[in-house]
Design a protein around this ligand. Structure first.
Ligand code: URA
Length: 294
């Protein structure tokens, strides 16, 4: 039997598109097996960045006259709020439009996403920050941790999870058998909320496309969502973290484990046992024993 050839230009372009995506994937994966058309890959990435740009156009931006460096330093605050309501759900928002990199092949790199973020003025958090806290760690990590937003120490250093909660997170990561720089760590919002308050819906909305693009760039096997903001934002689910935690979920085809935020664990150490059970499920998925590296 004669094999069927694509008959319409529509079919032909679909076949070509498939091939392009495959070639791009090979390039992103190190290009070990195929030579990719670099111009084509650049075009596809540019398409992803154009989409990101369209989604994050300064629709939520306040009138900001001065760059962040010119703003007065905010009053010192604790890294984590004491009265953070664990049960209050993130306000439900409609799903955002198509996100960069959600279409296979449009996979911007972390550097490109960071460049696109620029000296971000897309929401009011820009006025109080010292530094944008984009993310840190292995850009090809199999495991990503997503927190809520930077605290004072993170804001000062421009690095996520380096304060007291961060030290606990680092211990949790190491107890799982990873080094901190094996994994990738980022937050729902990239700028420190003043007075250690929760991020507001418009701030989450402005930052969320960048988080989703980061996850698409890293393409981990597992995401650990730390606390209600990460879990509820990524899953678009207003269920309380106390109910969500410990149950595998899926985010864009990636396994996601919701668990307690380390700041909450500092306030409620008795809950560490539950968080450790959640992390052990992640370790089991990766076939890791406690303290075992590699
Ligand atoms: N809490 C967070 O959610 N993120 C940080 O980076 C630090 C503290």
């Amino acid at each position: 039997m004669v094999s069927e050839a694509p008959e319409t230009s529509q079919e032909l372009s679909e076949v070509l598109e498939d091939l392009r995506r495959h070639l791009l994937w090979q390039e992103e994966d190190g290009g070990r097996f195929l030579q990719v058309d670099a111009r084509l890959a650049a075009e596809l990435r540019a398409a992803g960045m154009a989409r990101l740009r369209a989604q994050t156009a300064n629709k939520a931006a306040p009138a900001v006259a001065a760059p962040p460096a010119a703003q007065p330093a905010p009053a010192a605050r604790r890294e984590t709020p004491v009265a953070k309501p664990v049960e209050a759900p993130v306000q439900a928002r409609p799903a955002a439009g198509p996100l960069p990199g959600v279409v296979e092949g449009e996979r911007p790199t972390l550097d490109e996403i960071r460049r696109e973020l620029g000296d971000c003025q897309r929401c009011k958090l820009c006025s109080g920050r010292k530094n944008i806290v984009f993310g840190s760690g292995n850009p090809r990590a199999e495991l990503v941790f997503v927190g809520e937003g930077p605290g004072a120490e993170e804001d000062a250093q421009g690095v996520p999870f380096v304060g007291a909660a961060g030290q606990l997170l680092t211990k949790m990561i190491e107890a799982m058998g990873y080094r901190r720089d094996d994994v990738y760590i980022c937050n729902v919002v990239k700028c420190r909320p003043p007075g250690n308050r929760n991020p507001e819906p418009d701030e989450v909305e402005a930052c969320e496309p960048f988080l989703r693009a980061q996850l698409r760039a890293v393409q981990p096997k597992v995401i650990v969502a730390l606390g209600k903001f990460a879990a509820q934002t990524l899953l678009r689910d207003t269920t309380a973290i106390t109910k969500m935690r410990g149950n595998w979920r899926e985010y864009e085809g990636i396994k996601l484990m919701p668990t307690f935020h380390p700041a909450y664990l500092l306030r409620q150490p008795a809950e560490k046992k539950k968080a450790w059970e959640d992390l052990q499920q992640v370790m089991k998925f990766f076939g890791k024993q406690p303290g075992q590296r590699g």
